[in-house]
Design a binder for this molecule. Structure first.
Ligand code: SF4
Length: 399
């Protein structure tokens, strides 16, 4: 087995075999699971083999990561082979203090979720509202984008160096990285960019490729099942319900369904939580019957499933309006009403086979639909040209 000419280090045992496996996997459009311990050089080996397999094809090698240090390592490996190989590598990260300079000095915005910041960002980029604009976006003109592309091509920066480059020019590193994506053949991104459906659609669009043009590599892939379970587990705490009640008060307790108001709905969920604690809790947390919350809502409100769904959709709309109003004032577009509506809609949509339902006690009791089987959420991997899942601890292999 020959190594790619640009393999930058002395070969170690096992790497030749891995090069062959990854090459064949990319060539044949298959999926590969690799178990290899820490220090075996699997990141650089997979990168070199995948680059060779995608050369001159317009396809991209996408590393999905859980940590920023993994993204840095990928950037450093790309730099190590860049003298001899055609590699343009960019790391994209979600909006946060490191990537959104607009929020860096704003205590409220720093606590925002990625989705909340994304909504506010979209409003500022559009401009024309009371919220104003974002100067870091406005400064990102064609010349600045060209400068970013040249910098990435010539200097192969790690994520920190790219942010520094943007900071000096007063431009947004998040938006700048997005503009570099179409020119990159190696991209590293956190899991949500690929596993949250709405974000994946945009991510592929920004890169200018379809799923079949993606060779996805995941290092530390044993983290994936837990991540997928987390994003499909839904929890509502007593404290969150209290905040929802407060928000309803601040917004004149809007009606959501035939005389029912937001506060009526919150009171109902608080009552159901209290009753579930009394009836089912014997330990720290205990199972409740799958239909418990939905049936209690129907019985206590005298409504059908359709009525409950209509009521929740109306609550969702109210929550969105609350968030939009905050956005208009350049505030974090957070709505606890929206969060509760989402939780309840998700709860009534969960399948019995995929989730179990829990009540938990303590100083902040909660109801939870805990995801047991998150395999559906991994399906997008199967649409890619090929995937390489690597870990030192991939056991059991049927995760
Ligand atoms: S354009 Fe960039 S700096 Fe401005 S709000 Fe959006 S992410 Fe933040």
């Amino acid at each position: 087995m020959t190594f790619p000419d640009y393999f930058p280090y002395t070969h170690r045992p096992g790497q030749a075999e891995m090069v062959r496996l990854v090459r064949d996997c990319v060539h044949d459009g298959r999926h590969l699971v690799v178990e290899a311990g820490t220090g075996t050089g699997k990141t650089v080996t997979a990168l070199c083999a995948a680059l060779e397999g995608t050369a001159n094809s317009g396809r991209k090698v996408i590393f999905l990561t859980r940590t920023k240090s993994q993204q840095r390592q990928i950037a450093l490996e790309a730099r190590a082979i860049a003298d001899k190989a055609d590699v343009v590598c960019i790391a994209i990260q979600g909006r946060g203090p490191a990537t959104c300079p607009m929020m860096q000095n704003d205590r409220e915005l720093v606590s925002g979720t990625s989705e909340e910041l994304s909504k506010l960002c979209a409003t500022l980029k559009k401009g024309g509202t009371e919220a104003g604009t974002c100067s870091f976006f406005d400064n990102l003109d064609d010349a600045a984008v060209e400068a970013c592309i040249s910098f990435v091509r010539s200097s192969h920066p790690d994520p920190e160096e790219f942010r520094e480059f943007c900071s000096v020019r007063g431009i947004c590193p998040y938006e700048a990285a997005k503009r570099v994506l179409p020119y990159a053949n190696v991209v590293s991104a956190p899991y949500p960019f690929f596993f949250i459906p709405g974000i994946r659609t945009h991510f592929l669009e920004w890169m200018g490729i379809g799923e079949r043009d993606a060779v996805v590599i995941m290092d530390e892939a044993h983290n994936l099942p837990n991540y997928l379970r987390d994003i499909q587990t839904y929890r509502m705490t007593q404290r969150a319900l209290d905040l929802t009640m407060k928000e309803a008060d601040e917004n004149k307790d809007p009606e959501i369904y035939e005389g029912l108001t937001v506060k009526d709905a919150v009171t109902l969920v608080q009552d159901v939580l209290r009753d579930a604690l009394e009836q089912f809790l014997r330990r720290d947390n205990d199972l409740i019957p799958p239909g418990y919350l939905s049936e209690e809502m129907m019985t206590r409100l005298g409504m059908t499933t359709y009525g409950i769904r209509d009521m929740l959709m109306s609550m969702y709309t109210v929550g969105e309006a609350v968030a939009d109003e905050k956005k208009r004032r350049r505030k974090l577009p957070r709505s606890h009403i929206l969060t509760l509506a989402r939780f309840l809609l998700a709860w009534i949509s969960c399948g019995e086979g995929s989730h179990v339902y829990l009540v938990a006690g303590g100083d902040n009791p909660y109801l939870e639909a805990y995801c047991l089987d998150a395999s559906d959420a991994a399906d997008p991997l199967l649409s890619c040209l090929s995937t390489v899942s690597m870990s030192g601890t991939l056991r059991p292999l049927d995760v």
